[in-house]
Write a protein that binds this ligand. Structure first.
Ligand code: HEM
Length: 299
């Protein structure tokens, strides 16, 4: 089995940093074999709990439209085998879905989010910093859209330990200076006790039966690939989040990475362990990773 492309802990390091890299716009959107399944899940969430997964403020409408136009052009150009645009319709060839673009005039970002596996969030400059003005967020990693809409970056990150001291200023300054032609990307990762993409449940709700023997089956590695780009016309910033979930037990085939995950976990400060809900599973996780590493060194 080949390893997934993004394993941000593979170098055995953990640090609270922006970790931004320059993004090649040809690689803005990622499509894989889970496209149909994940879009069906988005459909279901949008049907059953719309206000949990889509929200926007009126001032975001023009940049929502800008995002949809940008995305339609990108998809048709880079994935002609997946998407076909004819007149005012866009067809997703894989899923058989056909969308009439004119039906989404009030909420263009809603349609944009239904086309790709990424979640899409719009940030608009204001005197208090960049504000979240619209989001198609079907796969949140334990946070609620309604609590963040209309708030600036610093407030959105208020519960992240160390953000105020270490990240707030560099992130705000990065947002101020981001250029249309210099988009960026970064990775974020967590260990979670559920393979679900829509993770809205409260922190602290962990399965108490997790131990070093069963952690491989009961824990998952959740990696977010995030991109940031300035929109040329509106000047707003589009933030995309692509969420990948892998069973922890895949590391049984790569003990060096299992070892490095343990090393990275050991470097996470206590406050961050609590924030990331890692504390209750830390011992089980490290015990499991030690077993995986030891089993391989005996072979
Ligand atoms: C360079 C840009 C950014 C950096 C460096 C950054 C950094 C972080 C970090 C370190 C965390 C803690 C996550 C963890 O380790 O589990 C976090 C959480 C979060 N970030 Fe960001 N972030 C950035 C941009 C954004 C943007 C544009 C949004 C837009 C909404 C956002 C929304 C969030 C939310 C909602 C959380 C979870 C907060 C909570 O638990 O209440 N981030 N971010």
């Amino acid at each position: 089995m080949s390893l997934p492309s993004y394993l941000p802990f593979a170098d055995g390091q953990w640090r609270l940093s922006m970790g931004l890299k320059s993004l090649n716009l040809q690689e803005w959107i990622e499509i894989d074999e889970h496209l149909a399944k994940e879009l069906a899940l988005k459909d279901k969430l949008l049907k059953n709990q719309y206000s949990d997964v889509f929200a926007c403020l009126p001032e975001s409408r023009l940049s929502q439209k800008e995002v949809l136009d940008l995305l339609l052009n990108h998809l048709v150009e880079h994935f002609p085998q997946h998407y076909r645009q004819q007149g005012t319709t866009i067809e997703n060839i894989c899923t058989g879905q056909v969308w009439d673009i004119t039906h989404f005039e009030a909420v263009p970002l809603d349609l944009a989010g239904r086309l790709v596996q990424e979640d899409l969030l719009l940030m608009q400059p204001s005197p208090e910093g960049y504000i979240l003005t619209a989001a198609s967020l079907c796969f949140p990693s334990r946070w609620r859209l309604r609590e963040k809409l209309g708030h600036p970056l610093a407030q959105i990150h208020a519960s992240v330990p160390g953000y105020h001291d270490k990240l707030e200023r560099p992130v705000d300054s990065f947002f101020d200076r981001l250029k249309v032609n210099h988009p960026a990307w970064r990775l974020n990762w967590s260990i979670v006790d559920s393979p679900e993409l829509f993770l809205a449940q409260e922190k602290g709700d962990l399965d108490t039966t997790i131990n070093a023997e069963n952690a491989g089956e009961k824990l998952w590695i959740r990696v977010e690939r995030q991109t940031l780009r300035r929109l040329e016309v509106s000047g707003d910033i589009l933030f995309t989040i692509r969420t990948y979930v892998h069973p922890l037990q895949m590391l049984e085939e790569n003990s060096a990475i299992a070892h490095n995950l343990a090393e990275a976990v050991k470097q996470i400060p206590l406050g961050m362990q609590i924030y990331k809900n890692l504390l209750p599973i830390r011992e089980a996780l490290l015990g499991y990773l030690e077993q995986v590493t030891a089993a391989h060194s005996m072979n």
